[in-house]
Design a protein around this ligand. Structure first.
Ligand SMILES: [Zn+2]
Length: 228
């Protein structure tokens, strides 16, 4: 994958057609953005004195748009996708994940801020975010199984095996729930952390409220939150 940038504005021909050329982003001369030598060194530059013939030519008339693509690169390596994201980029993404920013938002923000010097970052994709979550040990990364119900079951087993007693009650579908007045097709998972137990015994003596939320998952399962 390569990135192409328009180095000059569009040109309007005598007949009214508009012509735009998108050059390989590695081609051309580097224009410092006023930060001098330091920014040049710290970010590295994608285009110092390189002339690459790869280009996308766009010609727009009232009837159609004609695009000519010359895909052959020259005078530079063009395998960004084989590079790793820089550690600082990875750390920045990890920081935002820890703040609870969604993957979608992170990807969107990065794509909006991309410049010609973004390097490998401009190819960031979901897989990179997953790797960052794994490497930075960010909670919630582990999806144990593609099928949600299986994933949840594996998680509950893991909690038990680890001696975590946050699972108050778990009933899968097709498991009998007669004793509790539940139907066989009901799915119920009740979770309480130690902290929540402490809080509810401390403050929840008189009354307890519950609140239902729907639409959080595709399985149409409701989540009820107990509070006081
Ligand atoms: Zn090129």
């Amino acid at each position: 994958m390569s990135k192409y940038v328009r180095q000059r504005g569009s040109k309007t021909l005598k007949n009214g057609d508009i012509v735009m050329n998108y050059h390989c982003c590695r081609s051309g001369t580097y224009k410092p953005k006023g930060k001098g030598v330091k920014s040049l060194k710290s970010q590295g530059s994608a285009k110092i004195g390189i002339s690459c013939p790869a280009i996308i030519k766009v010609r727009q008339s009232t009837e159609n748009v004609v695009v000519q693509y010359f895909p052959n690169h020259k005078n530079h390596e063009n395998q960004l996708q084989h590079f790793r994201l820089s550690e600082s980029d990875r750390a920045a993404v990890a920081g935002r994940l820890k703040e609870g920013v969604s993957e979608k938002k992170i990807l969107q923000d990065i794509r909006e801020e991309i410049t010609v010097d973004s390097g490998r970052k401009m190819l960031i994709e979901k897989k990179d975010i997953h790797n960052i979550k794994r490497d930075f040990n960010i909670n919630g990364y582990i999806k144990r199984h593609e099928v949600d119900v299986v994933s949840v079951k594996l998680w509950t087993q893991e909690m038990k095996n680890n001696g975590e007693n946050c699972i108050v009650f778990f009933k899968e579908q097709r498991q009998s729930g007669n004793d509790y007045g539940l139907k066989d097709e009901d799915f119920v998972l009740i979770i309480t952390t130690d902290f929540q137990k402490d809080m509810i015994t401390k403050y929840g003596k008189d009354k307890i409220s519950i609140d239902g939320t729907h639409g959080l998952n595709t399985a149409m399962i409701l989540i009820y939150t107990q509070f006081w």
